[in-house]
Design a binder for this molecule. Structure first.
Ligand SMILES: C[S@@+](CC[C@H](N)C(=O)[O-])C[C@H]1O[C@@H](n2cnc3c(N)ncnc32)[C@H](O)[C@@H]1O
Length: 282
């Protein structure tokens, strides 16, 4: 075999692989995780964060106040956007330039088809600086996403977000907290990822080493208890109406996960918080 024929053969193998991959993705698009779809039904929106719409009532006034109502001009990044309901909610409030990223391909395909006016893509939070321009975003937020990252990834994400944030940009982190580092095997989220709530002293150290400065923190521990109680109540009330659409194992898995979270919140071994931070000048 000549070098030329080997090159041609290799080229055609790679080309066929790419065509098959594209074709497969078009014919069989990724589907969102069924637990997420069930959760969205129970929550009454495409959200997977504590408090559903009520969380916006807590957080949005602060954001609107920060931008002094010039919402339409702001460039917004929803980090770990999931099914896209949070980004859509911000859009309905007047933020028209929104990008969303998430590592879950099925969730992104769902978000893209349901909310085509928002720019969604599959991307990792720790590497947003490799996707977007420097100094691009004026608002960046994570709604119950930070818990899914290890300490090293949390730090990488803070740095990566700082790189794409304009000086003075607002970062909002809405998350559960814990006074000490969690055993990552203890509670897993619906995708099987260990939950690692924010440990405040560790988080403060990370912020100090980053280009962010905290401007306000609001404890949401009591609201988190109410929100998870409400969610479990809705799940219990509605579960029989979902048994045709979702396997009973999924309904049970959702219930046991949220009972475990509620127990931690009630024992005060977990809490909730929203942190507002500002990008320091370079
Ligand atoms: C509990 S859901 C919250 C979704 C969304 N923020 C909301 O409020 O509905 C956590 C999301 O974080 C995403 N996620 C986890 N690790 C990530 C990472 N390294 N980069 C981007 N997204 C990530 C998950 O795929 C999931 O969609």
């Amino acid at each position: 075999m000549t070098l030329r024929s080997i090159t041609v053969l290799l080229g055609s193998v790679i080309f066929s692989g790419v065509v098959i991959y594209w074709g497969f993705n078009i014919m069989f698009p990724s589907k969102p995780n069924p637990s997420r779809l069930l959760l969205a039904k129970i929550r009454g929106g495409d959200y997977a964060h504590a408090g559903d719409k009520d969380a916006f009532r807590v957080v949005l006034p602060k954001i609107v106040d920060y931008f002094k109502e010039r919402l339409v001009e702001q460039t917004v990044l929803d980090v770990g956007c999931g099914l896209g309901g949070t980004a859509d909610y911000l859009y309905t409030q007047g933020f028209y330039n929104i990008w969303g990223i998430d590592i879950d391909k099925g969730a992104i395909e769902y978000a893209r088809s349901k909310y085509p006016f928002i720019d969604f893509s599959v991307w990792d939070a720790t590497q947003v600086d490799q996707k977007f321009e420097k100094d691009f975003f004026s608002l960046l937020y994570l709604f119950n996403v930070f818990y899914a990252l290890s300490d090293q990834q949390k730090m990488q994400t803070l740095n990566s977000l700082a790189a794409v944030a304009k000086p003075g940009a607002l970062l909002v982190i809405f998350e559960c907290t814990s006074p000490k580092a969690e055993d990552p095997q203890e509670i897993k989220d619906l995708t099987g990822k260990p939950m690692r709530p924010i440990v405040l002293p560790v988080f403060h150290d990370m912020i100090k080493k980053s280009k962010w400065e905290i401007i306000e923190k609001v404890d949401l521990s009591d609201q988190y208890i109410k929100w998870y109680k409400d969610l479990l109540y809705k799940l219990d009330q509605q579960k029989n109406s979902f048994t045709n659409e979702f396997p009973v194992e999924i309904i049970n898995h959702l219930t046991t996960t949220y009972i475990a979270i509620l127990e931690k919140l009630e024992k005060k071994t977990w809490g909730g918080i929203v942190v507002y931070a500002k990008r320091k000048p370079d």
